[in-house]
Each structure stands twice: as structure tokens, then as C-alpha cells.
Design a protein around this ligand. Structure first.
Ligand SMILES: [Zn+2]
Length: 896
């Protein structure tokens, strides 16, 4: 960072001694040529004045000075113009004071100097802290200082370096150079050095900025005195520009004694680490400027339609007044502008008072009318960032902020302008497939003529997770080409009702984990009245099939996605357990009061495709969940790792449960597989195949919300999990999906996932050792006999050790079981008496299904069966831990 070379003290000795008559004349600024009484109303004149500010030794001013030279030094004989020149000369002398840098000072001297200064500071901090808290010990103050997090001095200096975003192969996806950052334009101090913006801020915020030690004891003292006089409430703050910069860096604005002491300490340290002008640069770039604009360049463009480097004195004075209370001085409101003009005069007055401007400049500025106009030229940001890039960058900013206690603005500047490298998890072949899919109009509207006149066109969002790593492999936030930056990302930012798509993760898998159900559990789809608000009204109803379908296995209930069985199972496990398991897969709706409606995906707060996809990865990974992430690391220009993401797996479900659920969810993409007369809700698409037609196992779940407002499909293979939301943004009015577009989410999912898997080997699920495959009868859920008939006998998967694994033959048809007794383990480790679900075991549930007399859901959560399962309640401990962070690998065995 350059100091102001032209502001350095002139070498003429007389410049430092009070004989300024000659030297001041050489520095006489141009405005002195103009008669003060007739200021040029054209703001351009101020502009011209400003341009000479930094180059005071220019020939013209020297010449001008010659004409007003006077010989003997006599203050009384000086003209007003000469006094102004004198004032400016002195000011420049002060301003040119070398900034404090660590380097040039010898080490012992530095330590000594640092030590004495430290002692002084500690004394000051102690005095002030004692006052603030009504008495705390010196140890406490030292404690506060010792626990102060250091500021990232190196990163702070790098506001305009190019940052790069890479895909998983190491190819550049995007680059950022501060200026391309939307609504945040970082400028080096040099850019505005020749304007009055720094002078204006110094005058109004911190008049001793150039000489203080980062904090201003005088200011603090006067704040303390004013607080004493006002029974504890200081009438003004004691914050220097350096302290304000610290606040802007850390985002801290708490008023505890500890924070205050730490802020002081940090300000003093910052003053040691950076030059005054580096601090000013940070301040000018971080300062809030109303209307959520941040930084002086952004504000200048927004309010005056020009770059900050072209700001005139009156404009600088206006802007410097804004940060004190951005909403009060917001120039876009009538009252804000009036307040702002009033404050502008105060700023100008102060600038004149402390010698930052001449009387002529002061008067000229007062007479200049401010012209507010917005910059209508296109922003410097021509680069449209992809949804993935935007998301990964926003996550890096968020993590930078949270993990380091930085302010959002600072984190943003480090990530997008700090010369960092962001290594994302984007897999190019996945992303390209999504990009192509989201260009296909026919996937979004089977008959475009039917939607073209709608207020909005159908939209979609899709997220794909790599099951091996839990990382986001690709995403698409909307149909067609992305038109600008920071538009709605429907993969990550929407919160739509999930409908039935959540049934596997909020009802069925939790119930399997709690030994309440298996795929063979018989559930009764019949008229029930489970809405306590409307006890006369049948609830829930079915979305796909308006009629009730009677008794069926859990597998078949999920296959056609009807609602009563899901509600029935929700009653078995309780809403709290459901929330517990959702929270375990990254969807925390603990405070959601939706109750039984959750079984049908009716939440107060909806979900994004990313959340749903990530939650479903728990199945192909054998019950393991790791939170999703979009980048693996962020490193600075020196190669230091600033941020890092590694998968951190937690066993949410037993591997057997994950497998059983996965096998049940295969039913969704299948047609008729038995005497059960319905097709899966995603039949017609089927299992994925690779480019040569080999099968890649596919399991999933559809979802639809009331009136066909939202369409969901989430499905996974051994390789990837993808979730799609399809519908209308509903910004204008609520719009239902029409006709064949009910398939929208599935069409999009299959179109993209087929391409994504084209090059993968065939794959099937790996069956855990404790899983046994049995033939059961779809009418009883018990072991199928030869009397059941082949159309009623189907394969189902059970845990050998589970008390729910069928041990008896079908009571409806009787006869000899197809699978011999003893195929499953006959001595379960859990007996009925130790299973919490004994009273509502699936068998009894199917024999005595809940009917009209079923307890209202409000009482469910308090029942003994509905508490979140503890370790004591769960018979088996998870043992299948991942090896070196790798979940179960997809089997490459071809399907039989
Ligand atoms: Zn049978």
C-alpha cells in the first residue's frame, strides 16, 4: 500500500518551523485564485479543486503563489487567502506523517516501544473497564486481552486479488476479482486518495485518526465523562475509525465490557499491523452506506452515478455523514435526503474547522447543489456465475464468517477478492447433464402452448449428491440460461412442501429402525379421522387414489404413496421420533408444530431439493449420513488452508434398515409385480441403465402436494442421489401443475440421471449379512405358503435378529411355507417384552388397525411409545462403521 508520497512533508526545513510564509505560498491551492464571494455554482469547480489536492506542487499553483508573496512575516498582514494556504500547508505536514509500520523499527526498540505502549494501553483499558463494569480486576482485563482472537492481517491487505473457483477435477469454473462481485466493489485506497472522502470521514468520525494509536484516549475519556454526567449513558461513542474498522471486520457490536476491551485491543493491534491508509482502505470498503450498499464505491455509483474517484467535496461530505445512521440519511428517501443535507453541512463545517478544507472550498461546497442519480450503466459484472459457483461461494463466505467470527462483509471480501482458491465438489459430467436437461423445454412443458399464456412458466430445481462422499456433485436452479447473478436457486433456496417424498425419511425408515414395521407389515388404507381440528372430516385422504384400498403391505402402501398408511405409521412412532430422525439427516424441523400432517409431508417450513437429496443419501450409504458440502477446501494465496470440509459420517439407521428401505423404494419405479393391482408412482421410468443397457439399481419416492402445486421426485442409485422439485414459483398466484406435466419432476430426474450414469458400470445394492430374503404373502405379511398362490407370494427383506421377521405361515391361506422355517434366525435377541413397540407391534396393528377411535395426534407425543428412541430401547448397536470415511461401495455385480 502506497503512502501518499505527495503528502510527505516537504524537505524544506522552514516547512516544519513556524515560518511558513514562503513555503505556504508555493502550496497555495488553486481555489485561492477564485473570489470567495462568487463561488462557481458548477460542481465541476469543486471537482477541479479536488484534483489539485493531491498534487499541490504543480506549476500552476506555484505560479499563482508567486503573485501573492509577501515579505515579512506578520500574521495580521496576511490575507484570508494566505491564512487558508497556511492552514493547508500545516495540514499537509500533519497528514504526511509517516505511518506506523512494524518493519523499519529495530527489534529491541520495537519491543521497548511496544511494551511501554502496551502498559499505557492496559492502564487505559483497565480504567475504562473498571468504569464500565463498576469494578473488575486487572486479571479480568488481561483475560479479555489474552482471549482476543487475532485479526487476519495478511488477508486484510488482499482486497483486490483474483479468487478462483475450481471443479473437482481442478479446472477453473469461475474467477472473482472484487470488481466482479455483485453490489460490492472493492477499491484500493489509491483510487480515492485525491478526493476528500478520507478527509470527510476523518473530520466527522475520528479527527485524530492520523495520529492516534488506534483508539483515542481523549475520546474515550470524554465518553466516560459524559456517561458519568448522564447516569451511565454516554451521549456519544468513543469509537475511532480504527475501532469501527475492527467492528466491521468482526461483525461484533455488543456492548459488554469484555467486547469493548477486546475491541480496543484489536484496534491497537490493527494500528500496528497496517498503515493508516490500509486501515482507511478497509474502512472505506466495509462501511455500511444505506440501502444495503456497502463501501464507498458502491454507494458512489448508487447515489451519484459515478465512481468514487470522481466524487466532489460536497458529495464526499454527504457520503461521510451516512454511516452514522444509514437509514436516517438514506438519500433515496425524501426525509433521508433532507437529514443527509443537514449532516453534510456539519461534516463540511468540521472539515473546515480542523483544516481539511479552506474557507473557499467550504463556502463553495455549501453553495453547490447535490445531484443524486443512480448509475444506470451496466455493472462491471459481466460474468454470470453458475448456480453451483454462487452456492459454493456463498457457503465459503458463510463458513468463513462463522468459523472465524468475521463479519459477513469481511468474509465476502476475503473469498471473492482475497486471491483465494475454492476447490468445489462439482463433477463436470454431472453438472453438464443437469445443464442440458434444464435446457429442454419439453421436459418442463409437455405441451408448451398450454403454459405459454400462464402468468408464470413451470420451473424446477435439482440437486445431485455423490453417495460416496456426501458432496454436492451438481445442481440446477431453474429452467434455461441463467440470466443474471443471484437469482432464485430452486435447488438450494426454495422451501416448498415436500408432500409424500419425505415418507421414507420421516415415517417408514424411522419405524423400521424402531422395530415397529417391516416391508411386510400390513397397513389398512381406510377412512380415518385423524385431524383434531376437524374430527368430522376424514383425514388424511389419498392423493393418487381418492378411494381407500384396504389392507396392504407397507411395501405396496409406499408403492402407490397413499396417505392413511403413512399416518398410521406416524402414530406408531410418534411425531417426536419422526422429527428426531429427520434432524439426524440434516432436516431440523424440531420446532415445527405440524404434527401428524408431517406424515404427508405437510410441514410449516418446506424444503429444498438439496435438503431432500442429502437426507436420502442415508439409504445408499448403509444408514450413514454426512451433511452435504459444496467445496472441499479454500486456500489462500500462500497455500494456507482457510476452510476445509470433510465428510463426517454418523450412523442414523442400521445397515439392515437402510437396505430394507432401499428395497421397498425400488417398488416406486416398478410396474405391477404381484397380485397387487397397481403400478409404482414412478413406473414408466423404471430402473436406470448405463450406455450399454446394463441395469443400475434405482430406488426413490415421488411427492405431490395439495392441488398439484408441488411435484417432487427423489431417487438414488448406488452412485448418486438426486432430488427434483417441479412446479410454479407462485410469485403471482398459486398455480397447479397441469395434465402430463404431473410427470415433470420424474421426467427431469430421469433425463439427467440417465446421462450421469451412462458411463458407470452396472450396479446393485450390497445386501448386509444380517438380512434375509423371505417369501411372504401380500395379504397377511406372513410367510407365504404354496397355498397363497404365486401372485400373492413376493420377496421381502428382513433382519435376521428382528422380532418382526415372520416366523409363521400365512394364516389366510395356510399350508406349507415356500421358505422353510428357520431360514431366518429363530431366536431373536429381542423378545416381545423388551420391545417398546410390543403393544402396537405391526401384527397387532394390522389385526386391530386404528379406526375412527384412534387417539388424536396431540396425545401421541406423550405416550410411552412415542419418545425418541434411546440406546436402551434399541436392541442392536450399529456396528457397520465406514472405512476411512468411505460408505459402502456400490456393488458392481450385475443384476440377476
Ligand atoms: Zn397367503
Amino acid at each position: 500500500m502506497n503512502k501518499r508520497p505527495e503528502d510527505q512533508p516537504q524537505t524544506t526545513p522552514s516547512n516544519r518551523t513556524p515560518q511558513p510564509a514562503q513555503t505556504n505560498n508555493q502550496e497555495k491551492p488553486e481555489p485561492s485564485q477564485k473570489p470567495v464571494a462568487s463561488p462557481d455554482k458548477d460542481s465541476g469547480s469543486i471537482s477541479r479543486v479536488k484534483k489539485n489536492k493531491g498534487s499541490s506542487n504543480g506549476g500552476s499553483s506555484a505560479k499563482a503563489a508567486a503573485s501573492t508573496q509577501s515579505t515579512p512575516f506578520d500574521v495580521n498582514s496576511l490575507s484570508e487567502k494566505e491564512i487558508e494556504s497556511l492552514r493547508r500547508s500545516l495540514k499537509r505536514y500533519v497528514k504526511g506523517k509517516p505511518t506506523r509500520r512494524f518493519n523499519p523499527v529495530s527489534a529491541p526498540a520495537m519491543i521497548l516501544q511496544g511494551f511501554t505502549q502496551f502498559v499505557k494501553i492496559i492502564c487505559l483499558l483497565l480504567a475504562a473497564a473498571i468504569f464500565l463494569t463498576g469494578g473488575i480486576g486487572i486479571g479480568t482485563v488481561f483475560g479479555y486481552v489474552a482471549t482476543t482472537k487475532p485479526l487476519p492481517a495478511d488477508l486484510l491487505k488482499s482486497g483486490t486479488q483474483t479468487s478462483y473457483v475450481y471443479d473437482i477435477k481442478g479446472d477453473i469454473m469461475a474467477k472473482f476479482t472484487g470488481a466482479e462481485n455483485i453490489d460490492r466493489v472493492y477499491i484500493p485506497y489509491n483510487t480515492v486518495r485525491d478526493t476528500y472522502i478520507d478527509d470527510a470521514f476523518i473530520a466527522i468520525e475520528d479527527e485524530r485518526f492520523e495520529t492516534n494509536i488506534g483508539i483515542d484516549p481523549k475520546r474515550i475519556l470524554s465518553a466516560v465523562v459524559s456517561a458519568l454526567a448522564n447516569s451511565g449513558e454516554a451521549t456519544h461513542g468513543g469509537s475511532t475509525i480504527t475501532q469501527q474498522t475492527v467492528k466491521l471486520i468482526t461483525g461484533d457490536d455488543q456492548r459488554s465490557a469484555q467486547r469493548k476491551v477486546q475491541e480496543w485491543y484489536k484496534a491497537v493491534m490493527l494500528n500496528q499491523q497496517l498503515t493508516k491508509w490500509e486501515i482507511m482502505e478497509l474502512y472505506l470498503n466495509l462501511v455500511p452506506m444505506a440501502n444495503s450498499y456497502v463501501g464507498i464505491e458502491t454507494a458512489s455509483r448508487a447515489y451519484f452515478g459515478k465512481s468514487a474517484s470522481e466524487l466532489t467535496l460536497p458529495e464526499c461530505a454527504y457520503l461521510a455523514g451516512v454511516p452514522k445512521s444509514p437509514s436516517t440519511y438514506n438519500p433515496w428517501t425524501e426525509s433521508g435526503r433532507r437529514n443527509g443535507m443537514r449532516r453534510q453541512r456539519i461534516v463540511l463545517n468540521k472539515m473546515y474547522e480542523i483544516g481539511k478544507i479552506s474557507l473557499a472550498e467550504y463556502r463553495d461546497a455549501l453553495e453547490t447543489e447535490l445531484v443524486f442519480k443512480k448509475d444506470t450503466t451496466p455493472s462491471a459484472a459481466t460474468q454470470i456465475n453458475s448456480y453451483f459457483t454462487e452456492y459454493a461461494v456463498s457457503m465459503a463466505i458463510k463458513d468463513m464468517q462463522e468459523r472465524n467470527d468475521y463479519s459477513e462483509e469481511l468474509a465476502r471480501q476475503i473469498i471473492t477478492g482475497g486471491g483465494v482458491k475454492i476447490y468445489t465438489t462439482m463433477e463436470p459430467h454431472v453438472q453438464e447433464a443437469l445443464d442440458q436437461t434444464f435446457q429442454k423445454q419439453e421436459l418442463f412443458a409437455a405441451d408448451f402452448s398450454r403454459v405459454v399464456n400462464m402468468p408464470e412458466l413451470p420451473e424446477a430445481g435439482m440437486a445431485v449428491i455423490n453417495n460416496k462422499t456426501g458432496a454436492i456433485a451438481g445442481m440446477q436452479g431453474g429452467y434455461g440460461d441463467k440470466q443474471s447473478n443471484l437469482v432464485l436457486n430452486r435447488a438450494t433456496d426454495i422451501q416448498r412442501q415436500p408432500g409424500s417424498v419425505t415418507k421414507p425419511i420421516n415415517v417408514y425408515a424411522p419405524a423400521m429402525e424402531m422395530y415397529k414395521v417391516t416391508g411386510a407389515t400390513i397397513l389398512d388404507d381406510k377412512k380415518v379421522f385423524l385431524d383434531p381440528e376437524n374430527p368430522e372430516e376424514p383425514y388424511p385422504k389419498n392423493a393418487y387414489y381418492p378411494q381407500y384400498r384396504g389392507k396392504m403391505t407397507l411395501r405396496n402402501a409406499l408403492k402407490i404413496s397413499n396417505n392413511v398408511p403413512a399416518a398410521e405409521v406416524m402414530l406408531m412412532i410418534g411425531v417426536d421420533s419422526s422429527k428426531y430422525f429427520m434432524q439426524k439427516v440434516g432436516i431440523d424441523r424440531t420446532d415445527d408444530s405440524a404434527s401428524i400432517a408431517m406424515a404427508m409431508g405437510g410441514y410449516e417450513t418446506g424444503m429444498s431439493p438439496l435438503e431432500i437429496a442429502s437426507a436420502f443419501t442415508v439409504f445408499p450409504t448403509g444408514g450413514l449420513y454426512t451433511p452435504h458440502y459444496s467445496y472441499t477446501k479454500v486456500v489462500d494465496s500462500q497455500g494456507n488452508i482457510l476452510l476445509e470440509n470433510n465428510p463426517s459420517y454418523e450412523q442414523v439407521y442400521r445397515p439392515g434398515v437402510a437396505y430394507m428401505m432401499t428395497k421397498v423404494m425400488e417398488e416406486t419405479v416398478k410396474g405391477k409385480t404381484s397380485n397387487f393391482p397397481y403400478e409404482g408412482s414412478a413406473a414408466g421410468y423404471g430402473m436406470l441403465t448405463n450406455a450399454v443397457g446394463e441395469t443400475i439399481a434405482t430406488s426413490g419416492k415421488t411427492g405431490t402436494t395439495d392441488e398439484d402445486v408441488d411435484k417432487w421426485f427423489c431417487a438414488f442409485t448406488p452412485y448418486y442421489t438426486g432430488a427434483v422439485w417441479y412446479g410454479f414459483d407462485n410469485r403471482i398466484k398459486k398455480q397447479s401443475v397441469i395434465g402430463p406435466d404431473n410427470e415433470g419432476a420424474k421426467r427431469i430426474w430421469f433425463d439427467a440421471m440417465r446421462v450421469i450414469h451412462a458411463g458407470e458400470p452396472p450396479a446393485n445394492w450390497t445386501q448386509p449379512a444380517d438380512i434375509v430374503e423371505l417369501k411372504i404373502c401380500i395379504h397377511s405379511g406372513k410367510l407365504a405358503s404354496y397355498s397363497c398362490g404365486s401372485g400373492n407370494a413376493v420377496s421381502e427383506y428382513f433382519e435376521k435378529n428382528s422380532p418382526l421377521t415372520p416366523q409363521s405361515v400365512c394364516p389366510i391361506h395356510g399350508g406349507r411355507p415356500i421358505t422353510p422355517f428357520g431360514a431366518a434366525k429363530t431366536t431373536p435377541v429381542v423378545t416381545e417384552s423388551t420391545t417398546t413397540g410390543a403393544q402396537t407391534s405391526p401384527t397387532s396393528a394390522s389385526e386391530n388397525p386404528p379406526s375412527n377411535g384412534v387417539q388424536p395426534p396431540t396425545t401421541i407425543a406423550t405416550g410411552p411409545d412415542q419418545v425418541v428412541p434411546s440406546e436402551q430401547q434399541l436392541p442392536a448397536e450399529p456396528t457397520n462403521q465406514p472405512v476411512e470415511g468411505q460408505p459402502i461401495m456400490p456393488s458392481t455385480e450385475p443384476l440377476p
